[in-house]
Design a protein around this ligand. Structure first.
Ligand code: SF4
Ligand code: SF4
Length: 387
């Protein structure tokens, strides 16, 4: 078979790197491995080699270095040359081609994610199986990741009966209304309290961010284009999961809004009565939120405005939890090590705006300790509102 032609766009992007190394101390995988191949600069060099030479053998070492990037984008945020690292990595992963070296269940999950109707059906079947006791059966088997990591599936969120008021959509995505259904219910309760009518999407959908992460750029693009048909009414589309925000905004433009920003603009803190008393929680700042400075500022301001909600910071090094899109399903040693850095944190509920991080935390110590509940910022806010 003929070798693929050089990828001139990927080469143009990798050429932007001046190899200064300023990003290295910020990279979680480099911090752990202390290897150039596990650093942003090393990965850019590998991507450039892949782009230039179609005949280059993508051996196991090269794949491992590219695979283990969490796409946390910490490198992008400190890079003086503004190298678009996430675009480089997605394109390099695309160039690696079909990944038969990945576990079959993982490939199956990726295949289903590209077909939102089938994915929703699969989640509904898994949920039905859980109710019949399949999760106890699975727990008794010695399964390997990703089957060993699959999160529990609560009942899917559906909006309550229509009410009056201005309409807004709540972005369900491929998994938010299932993995974070309590967060959707909390968001709906808050929005209704402010007088809004909450709509669900017209059809199953996905923003494509998880597939883009994996280098599956064409299916990701198809999913993004289909979002217009899923949200036909010309009203705001509110995004709960920080992992979807960028992709939904790229697809739907200004109609897509971070829900914390929306609630702050609607003056939530002054329009409700808050409960007395005090609760404490750990605050996780997902990488996807850190990459969105204005959404992050709104998220922080909204949480800070809730009387009696006392937030504790996680240990500084633990800010990347290792979830890395869908990579948490593979439970790599790097992902595990990053999550273990949290083990020193006090046992109390943990708040995170990213649904993937939530599933990853829930599969760890937070599932084992009785007090370790993991939830979305909006759940913590809804709980503090006087009914
Ligand atoms: S990615 Fe940016 S910060 Fe890192 S080595 Fe290249 S130019 Fe320097
Ligand atoms: S995206 Fe994150 S894990 Fe990947 S190279 Fe950059 S800093 Fe390292």
């Amino acid at each position: 078979m003929a070798a693929p032609a050089p990828d001139s766009e990927l080469l143009r992007l990798t050429d932007l790197c001046v190899r200064c190394g300023l990003c290295l101390p910020h990279c979680p995988t480099y911090r752990i491995a202390r290897e150039e191949g596990e650093s942003p600069r090393g990965r850019i060099a590998l991507a450039a080699a892949l782009a230039a030479d179609g005949a280059l053998k993508a051996d196991a070492t090269l794949r491992r270095h590219l695979d283990q990037c969490l796409l946390c984008r910490a490198c992008e945020q400190v890079c003086p040359a503004e190298v678009p690292f996430a675009r480089i990595m997605s394109r390099a992963r695309e160039r690696l081609g079909p990944r038969r070296d990945r576990p079959l269940p993982y490939r199956l999950i990726l295949g289903l994610l590209a077909r939102p109707r089938l994915w929703r059906l699969a989640l509904a079947l898994l949920h039905a199986g859980e109710r019949l006791g399949s999760s106890r059966l699975l727990a008794s088997l010695r399964l390997r990741p990703p089957l060993a990591i699959l999160p529990r599936l609560p009942p899917r969120w559906r909006p309550r009966r229509a009410s009056d008021g201005a309409a807004v959509y709540l972005f369900e995505g491929c998994s938010t209304s299932r993995l974070a259904s309590d967060a959707c219910r909390a968001a709906e309760a808050i929005l209704r309290r402010l007088g809004f009518r909450v709509l669900a999407a017209a059809k199953p959908h996905c923003c494509g961010a998880a597939l883009r992460h994996e280098g599956l750029l064409q299916p990701a693009e198809r999913l993004a284009k289909a979002l217009h048909a899923a949200f036909p009414e010309p009203v705001p589309v509110l995004v709960l999961d920080s992992g979807c925000l960028e992709a939904v905004r790229n697809a739907l433009g200004e109609r897509a809004q971070d829900i914390h920003t929306f609630l702050l603009a609607e003056d939530l803190p002054r329009r409700v009565r808050w409960k007395e008393g005090q609760v404490e929680a750990l605050l996780h700042q997902p990488c996807t939120l850190r990459a969105e400075p204005s959404a992050r500022a709104a998220h922080d301001r909204l949480l800070a405005s809730v009387p009696g909600l006392v937030l504790r910071a996680l240990p500084e090094r633990a800010h990347c939890c290792g979830a890395g899109g869908l990579q948490f399903l593979l439970a790599s040693p790097t992902s595990l090590r990053l999550r273990e850095e949290l083990d020193g944190a006090p046992e109390m509920p943990l708040i995170t705006a990213n649904v993937g991080c939530r599933a990853w935390f829930t599969a760890g110590r937070f599932a084992r300790s009785g007090s370790g509940r993991v939830y979305h910022p909006l759940e913590s806010i809804a709980e503090r509102i006087e009914r």
